[in-house]
Every structure is written in structure tokens, then in C-alpha cells.
Design a protein around this ligand. Structure first.
Ligand code: PHE
Ligand code: ZN
Length: 869
């Protein structure tokens, strides 16, 4: 590989030509596919300039301009481009390329998943199909003709509306699709194969009929019902919440087994990882059902935030992704419980984005440079991007937010724009100047907010001091304080919210009426008066600002019990558990107050069951690692296991009683009540199993055998395999026999194996890789087995370095097959800088082997380079 090039935002230039319309013909044959691409091009300026077309791994058969073959000295070709020296101000350029979908294991461009031909074009896949100006500011109207053997590919799909279909005498047939909306090439899609489908329809608010189809492997049709329900709910929600309707007469979704990501929002033809489409109670967990609802919604919402209004360039990725994640999170909150959803979203942010932001690959939600754009589909661009949008929503308030969104849609519909354009629309309806707020787009790393307060009983005043700590950027650059909304409340003895009487000049606090302080400086102090006695402070309610909040511990027990903001209750419980674990790591005994508070929640019958299950969870290893200077994984694991046991001992009787109450067949179905019952029951079983006693093992065995849902079956299997491996042998065998024909379920089986603390885990993972069900070319299987192992703190960080060596070895193997998946796995090493010298040396060894491997992709090169820098 030649030295990979860095691409900079500041070097952006508009393309010299636009491709006004694109006519594609795909001739699909068993061994290869021919792509005939006719582009109507138009030069932007008056002077003749070359036309640069992107291409990657293409066999070029022919180039014509205005239907005449051009001489070979009229163009030039290299690894990445086809340059036509002077095609003229307006012309029709035709290129014919030959591609090999069956050999395409990178899963970008046109490839074959199972027997199905499908495409993935975002961000740079289209150039692996044909030569094109493959960038989002080149929007073109696409007409697509697909021709294939009728018996192999009865279904032929592309974007937009079906215009025509027919068959030829030789057994081949064709379909002609036209998408009336100009779009960037990354939203192009094609599917051909033998698929079953379920259909439904939707009438838009304007009265237009939309045909809805979900295509799946034959036999799987009944497992697509939940996806269809979710699609219709999303369509209704976007109309009711944002006044946005669907704009074509057909909406197609296709589920494929091999897919690099979750799903893709191609115009009118979404392509999905089958994991986010297929579900029934027998084979999918509650989490799977919720995942489907949110990803179906996410891709649907992209139709307005992403497709109708798209990104000018890939540095703007968060323009569509942050905003669309915020929209899908709001949707899920409306469908389920708001607080439960908020806790899930924040957990995910802190589990995945905070470590990224604290590590060597940290970047702003709007990066300024990249080597490989595929490395920037990150938790930062997506999840932190969503938190930034959420803050804007908080600052504007519901009504102004809707007005600003309406303005954004009206102003930029049909265009490829920048995050600045979005912020312009927000500014028109914002109560504050957003100039400082915009730093959230250009700065990286998570800021901390430290709060201290003092109460003066004589005057009835509470003074709150806040200090904002803004870390330097990865490269050492100083960064500025942020503007952020901090939602707070002062709580009286029974948890009631007291009026916020801010003293002094309150002019700079336009949001105070809504219980929000606007923080803009690194140090601020606020005094609240009119208090009859010392209140409890409820800070960063709803987790409205995505910061590390360090707040006074003395209120934690009260907040856990009675805060009217469910998120703060959860936060207080987590914080108490964390300080308890930290004390245990220092050799102290478990605090009796903690156990008492835990019991208090356990016995509270008024709590929603899912929320209760969340309140009773302990901070994860990844969360605990974030507060350690030098990470000591084994100390964390030891303390966590010990605390789990102590809790089980202290609460055993109540837990068993409650477990028995919840473990009833009546609790089936997907209503919040049943989901909650399962979540809580399995949380309790988790604690009980920490004792590894016969009674708990019996309960888990019985649950495995009696379960009517995958949620219960899998939870029992995992607890058994991880805690009582001998007892688990029979259920493990049973599970394998039941489901070895179902790849999606087998991903769960592989994760159970790979995430186990048991000493033989690595050898079991190696053995599983040899199993006939495993296939290294299928990303879901790789993620479930190798990816889960790389997240397994017991074994990835094994003292002898075997975990690091194994993962490095797999990165090298995978890189030759699928660089995106290999790069994703490399992220496991992000903790490098924070480990002790022993682990660091072993990690370095492993990573240097990857780096030294000949022909590594720029995907892996960029990630590993940053970690070792
Ligand atoms: N744009 C897709 C989404 O967020 C994600 C994706 C990116 C899928 C790149 C495939 C490749 O919905
Ligand atoms: Zn998206």
C-alpha cells in the first residue's frame, strides 16, 4: 500500500462537474456483472477542465462520450480515478465496467449475501460498481435497469418506483426503476434474488397510498411482522411529531445476513442486517425487539434527515446521523418509557462513546480530517452527535425546536448542506446566541462538571459553585469552555421541587423558568434564596448535558429514594454503587448504607419493573475503568464479583420471593409490563447465581427448560455457562441442537461462549471458530464471537497476553477479507495508554505485529497508528 493520504475538511472544493442524471443497466450473470453507466454531465465553470471520476477495484471495458468511443489518450486511469481530459461543457459519458459480486468479501459495492445480490454504497461503495463523482454533493436522478436470470433472481429491486418489467425468451427478465428525487450515489441500492416478502400499506396524512414491503429469505416471512409494525409506527410518528410524510408510493426493506453495519437508508430501498428485521419470541430477546423498532425508525427518519436534506461532504456526517439518532431515541421514548429509554441511551453513550472520547481515536462530532472515512461511523458522530442535538432541543424548548426544524426542512430540502446550515436554522428560533455552543462540533473529549454547594441556614440561601473542566485535545491543543444547559431542581424533604429563586443579575439565564441554568464559563457560582431548610440538589436532570458530572455524595441516598427525575435516581444509585466498589478496591468492607439503599429499591412495589431492574444494576467494568488513572481490570472484576455476592447474601430471601412472583408464564408478550418482569427477574437471578449455590443453579436450570421466550432462555443459559459450567453442559448442547440451523440465534450462542469468565474461554472460542456454523465472512458471526471476546475483560486482558495476541491475529486475518470489520475490532485496543506497564508492553507487541503486516488496509492502519502514536 502506498502511504495513505489524509483528507482535510479545509481543502473542500465543489466538484468541477455535476452528473445531472444517471442511467444504469446491470446485467447480472453467474460469475460477474456488467454495469453500463450513462451519465449526463454538466461542467460548472466556463473553462475546459478534466472530469475526474472515482473508481475502486473496477475492470473498465469501454468509455464513450456522446455515444462515440474515445481514444485511449483522451483519458487516464489509476488505482482511484478515471480522468477524462476534456469531455466538454455538457455531454453524455458512458462507462462500462465488469465486477465480481461473489468475490466481494468487503461487503461494499455490489456483493452477494447468501444467494442474494445486494449493494452497500455509503460512503464509498458506489465507486466499486462504476466510475462516478462519488461524493454526496453530486446529486443525480437515477434510472436503473436490472437484468438477471428469472429463476435465480425473481425479485429485482432498486430505488424509487417500478416503471416497467418484462422477460426475454432466454429465461432472463428485467425491471426498470426510476427514482424521481435527485440523490447522491451513496443512497443508490440494488437487490436481486429469490426472496419472500410480507406487505402492508400506509396512507399518509396527505392521503397518499404507500405500499410497504419487507423482503426476507423464504420461510422467514412470519418473523418480519414486528419490523412492519415498527415501520408503520415510525411513519405515523414522523407525521405527528415533525409534520413529515413519506414521498414515494413504495417503501421496500430487504433483510440480508451479511452486512457491515445495522442498516442503510437507501432511498425507497433500505437494506438491513437481518438482525434488525427478523424476530419472534422463540428466537429473539426483548432487546432484539427494541433494537428492531429503533433501527427501522432510524432508517425511516433518514428519509428527511439524510436523504431529502443530505451532507455536503463526509465531514458533515453528524448532520444526518446525530440528528437521526436523536429522532429515533425520541421515538423509542414515546413508544416505550421515557426514563427507561433515557437510561438506556445514556448507558450506551458512557459505555461506548466516553471511552472513545478519552482514548487515542477521540475526534469531534464533526472531524476535520480522516484517512479512512469508514472509521468515522463512530459512537462520537452518532451518539454524542445526538446529545448535541438534544441540548439544542433543550435550549430551544419543544415549540421553538419544531419551528426551527420546519425552517431547516423548508430552507434546505433537496440540498447537500453543512452543520453550519443546520445551526443557522436553530439560531433563528433560539433564545440564546449559539456561537459558543457551536464548539460542541469542533472540540473533542468529554468535559467534566464539578459541583460544590453550601447552605446558609441563617439566610436560607444555597450557593452552587460549578467548575467546568475541559480537557486538551488529543494532540495537546487547549480547548475552550462549552455552553451547555444544566437542568436542576432543589428538592424538599419529601422530594418536592422547590421554586428556583436565583439571586443577582438573572438576565443571562433565559431558561431558568424551565429549570435550566445556562453554563458558559469554566467557573460559575449561583445563589438561590428563599429556602426554609437545606434542600437536596438534583443536577443534570435527564442527563441534559453529556458531561462527567462530579457531584456531592451526601445527597445520594435521598436522591436514590425520591428524586422526581428518574434519571437522577438512577444516576445516584450508580454513583453510590461506584463509590462502594471503589472503597472495596481500597480494601474496605461493603457499606451497610449501600446495602440498605439497595434493599429499599428492591422492596419498593411502586416502581415500574424495567426501571427497577435498571436501578438495581451495578456499573459495568467499562464504566469503572473510566475513573481509574491506571486501569486495573482485575481489581474491578474482583470487587464487582464480591459486591454481587454480598448483595445476594443480604437480599436472598426477598430476591427469591420476588423471582418466584415474576417467573410466571403469564408474563409473555411485548408489553412494557412483561418486558419489565423479565428484565427484573433475570437481574435477580444474576445476583442469586453469584452465590453459585445449588438452589440458584436449580432455578436457572428450570428457567432454561421452562422458558417460553428467548429472553429467559438466553439469560439462564448465560448465567449457567458463566457461573456453573458443569451444570451448563446439557443446556448448552440443547441450545446448539435446537438452533444450529439459525444463524441469528447462533450469534447469541457464540457470545455466551466468548464473554465467559471461565478459564477455558479462549480455547472454546478457537474451537467455535472451527464449528461448521461459524463463517468468518459474516460480520454478525465475527462480532458475536471474536468481538465479544475482545470485550471480555477477564480474557482480553489475560495476564499472559494471550487475549491481545489472539485478537491481533484475528485482525490480520479479517483485514484481508473485510477491512471495515478488522478496523472495528482494532478499536478494542483503545485502552492502551491507560494500562499498567506489563499489559501495555504486551498490547504493543500485538499491535506492532498488526502494523508490520504487509498490505494492511488504510482502515486498520489509521486506527492502530493512532493507538501506538
Ligand atoms: N447510514 C447508516 C445508518 O446510520 C449506517 C451505515 C454506514 C451503514 C455505512 C452502512 C455503511 O443508518
Ligand atoms: Zn443513520
Amino acid at each position: 500500500m502506498s502511504q495513505p493520504k489524509t483528507i482535510y475538511l479545509k481543502e473542500y472544493e465543489a466538484p468541477a462537474y455535476h452528473i445531472l442524471s444517471t442511467e444504469l443497466t446491470f446485467e447480472i450473470f453467474e460469475e460477474h456483472t456488467l454495469v453500463i453507466n450513462r451519465m449526463a454531465i454538466k461542467r460548472r465553470g466556463d473553462v475546459p477542465v478534466p472530469l475526474l471520476l472515482d473508481g475502486d477495484d473496477l475492470e473498465l471495458l469501454c468509455v464513450k462520450v456522446d455515444d462515440v468511443k474515445i481514444p485511449t489518450d483522451a483519458y487516464e486511469r489509476n488505482e482511484e480515478t478515471l480522468t477524462l481530459f476534456d469531455p466538454g461543457a455538457e455531454a453524455t459519458v458512458q462507462v462500462v465496467t465488469k465486477i465480481y459480486p461473489d468475490k466481494n468479501t468487503a461487503l461494499e459495492g455490489l456483493y452477494r449475501s447468501g444467494g442474494i445480490y445486494c449493494t452497500q454504497c455509503e460512503p464509498h461503495g458506489f465507486r466499486r460498481i462504476t466510475y462516478f463523482i462519488d461524493r454526496p454533493d453530486n446529486m443525480s436522478v437515477f434510472t436503473v435497469k436490472v437484468i438477471a436470470e428469472q429463476s435465480v433472481c425473481p425479485v429485482l429491486l432498486s430505488n424509487g418506483n417500478l416503471e416497467e418489467e418484462g422477460s426475454f425468451p432466454d429465461g432472463r427478465h428485467y425491471a426498470l426503476w426510476k427514482d424521481p428525487f435527485p440523490k447522491p450515489s451513496y443512497l443508490f441500492a440494488l437487490v436481486a434474488g429469490d426472496l419472500g416478502r410480507i406487505s402492508d400499506n400506509f396512507t399518509t396524512a396527505e392521503g397518499n397510498e404507500v405500499a410497504l414491503h419487507i423482503y426476507v429469505d423464504k420461510g422467514n416471512e412470519p418473523r418480519a411482522d414486528h419490523a412492519m409494525r415498527s415501520l408503520k409506527a415510525s411513519m405515523r410518528w414522523d407525521e405527528e411529531t415533525y409534520g413529515r410524510s413519506y414521498d414515494l408510493s413504495v417503501y421496500n426493506i430487504v433483510a440480508v445476513d451479511s452486512f457491515n453495519m445495522g442498516a442503510m437508508e437507501n432511498k425507497g430501498l433500505n437494506i438491513f442486517n437481518s438482525h434488525y428485521v427478523l424476530a419472534d419470541e422463540e428466537t429473539a430477546t426483548d432487546a432484539d425487539f427494541l433494537g428492531i423498532e429503533s433501527v427501522i425508525a432510524h432508517e425511516y427518519f433518514h428519509n428527511w434527515t439524510g436523504n431529502r436534506i443530505t451532507c455536503r461532504d463526509w465531514f458533515q456526517l453528524t448532520l444526518k446521523e446525530g440528528l437521526t439518532v436523536f429522532r429515533d431515541q425520541s421515538f423509542s421514548a414515546d413508544m416505550q418509557s421515557e426514563v427507561v429509554q433515557r437510561i438506556r441511551d445514556v448507558d450506551m453513550l458512557r459505555e461506548r462513546q466516553f471511552p472513545e472520547d478519552a482514548g487515542p481515536t477521540a475526534h469531534p462530532i464533526k472531524p476535520e480530517q480522516y484517512i479512512e472515512i469508514n472509521n468515522f461511523y463512530t459512537a462520537t458522530v452518532y451518539e454524542k452527535g445526538s446529545e448535541v442535538i438534544r441540548m439544542l432541543h433543550t435550549i430551544l424548548g419543544e415549540k421553538a425546536w419544531r419551528a426551527a426544524m420546519d425552517l431547516y426542512f423548508e430552507t434546505f430540502d433537496g440540498q447537500a448542506v453543512r452543520t453550519e446550515d443546520f445551526l443557522w436554522a436553530m439560531q433563528q428560533h433560539s433564545p440564546i446566541d449559539l456561537a459558543q455552543f457551536a464548539l460542541w462540533y469542533s472540540q473533542e473529549r468529554t468535559p467534566s462538571l464539578c459541583a460544590e454547594h453550601s447552605y446558609d441556614p441563617a439566610s436560607g440561601r444555597l450557593t452552587l459553585k460549578l467548575e467546568q473542566i475541559v480537557p486538551d485535545a488529543v494532540d495537546g491543543r487547549k480547548q475552550q469552555p462549552y455552553c451547555m444547559p444544566l437542568r436542576l431542581a432543589l428538592l424538599g424533604h419529601a422530594g418536592e421541587e422547590l421554586p428556583l429563586q436565583l439571586e443577582g443579575d438573572t438576565g443571562a439565564q433565559p431558561l431558568l423558568e424551565r429549570g435550566i441554568l445556562l453554563i458558559t464559563r469554566d467557573e460559575e457560582s449561583f445563589t438561590f434564596g428563599g429556602l426554609a431548610s437545606e434542600p437536596a440538589l438534583s443536577l443534570n436532570r435527564h442527563f441534559g448535558a453529556p458531561v462527567v458530572m462530579e457531584y456531592p455524595q451526601e445527597d445520594v441516598m435521598n436522591l436514590m429514594r425520591f428524586d422526581s427525575d428518574g434519571f437522577v435516581r438512577y444516576e445516584a444509585a450508580q454513583s453510590f454503587a461506584r463509590s462502594t466498589l471503589e472503597a472495596m478496591m481500597r480494601g474496605e468492607a461493603v457499606s451497610p448504607q449501600f446495602l440498605e439503599s439497595f434493599k429499599h429499591i428492591l422492596e419498593d412495589e411502586s416502581l415500574d419493573l424495567q426501571f427497577k431492574a435498571q436501578l438495581l444494576s451495578l456499573p459495568t467494568v467499562t464504566m469503572l475503568m473510566q475513573t481509574q488513572q491506571t486501569v486495573d481490570v482485575h481489581a474491578i472484576l474482583e470487587a464487582s464479583d464480591a459486591l454481587r455476592r454480598e448483595i445476594a447474601v443480604a437480599c436472598e430471601a426477598t430476591m427469591r420471593h420476588l423471582y418466584a412472583l415474576l417467573h410466571r408464564p403469564a408474563h409473555m408478550g411485548l408489553e412494557a409490563e412483561s418486558i419489565g418482569a423479565r428484565a427484573l427477574k433475570n437481574r435477580l437471578l444474576g445476583y442469586l447465581m453469584a452465590q453459585q449455590d445449588a438452589e440458584s443453579i436449580d432455578s436457572a436450570m428450570a428457567q432454561y427448560e421452562e422458558s417460553h421466550t428467548m429472553t429467559d432462555r438466553l439469560a439462564a443459559l448465560q448465567l449457567l455457562h458463566h457461573g456453573a459450567p458443569e451444570a451448563a453442559e446439557a443446556p448448552m448442547r440443547d441450545f446448539y441442537e435446537r438452533y444450529s440451523g439459525d444463524m441469528l440465534v447462533m450469534t447469541k450462542y457464540f457470545s455466551v461462549i466468548a464473554s465467559s469468565p471461565q478459564p477455558d474461554t479462549l480455547s472454546r472460542v478457537r474451537a467455535a471458530m472451527e464449528d461448521e456454523v461459524f463463517n468468518i465472512k459474516v460480520p454478525n458471526l465475527v462480532r458475536s464471537l471474536i468481538g465479544s471476546f475482545a470485550r471480555n475483560p477477564y480474557h482480553f486482558h489475560a495476564y499472559d497476553g494471550s487475549g491481545y495476541a489472539f485478537v491481533a491475529e484475528q485482525i490480520i486475518a479479517l483485514d484481508a477479507i473485510n477491512p471495515m470489520i478488522a478496523a472495528g475490532l482494532s478499536g478494542a485496543f483503545k485502552t492502551y495508554n491507560r494500562l499498567n506497564a506489563h499489559s501495555r508492553a504486551q498490547m504493543r507487541d500485538a499491535l506492532e505485529k498488526v502494523q508490520a503486516h504487509r498490505g494492511i488496509s488504510k482502515n486498520v492502519y489509521e486506527i492502530v497508528g493512532k493507538i501506538l502514536a
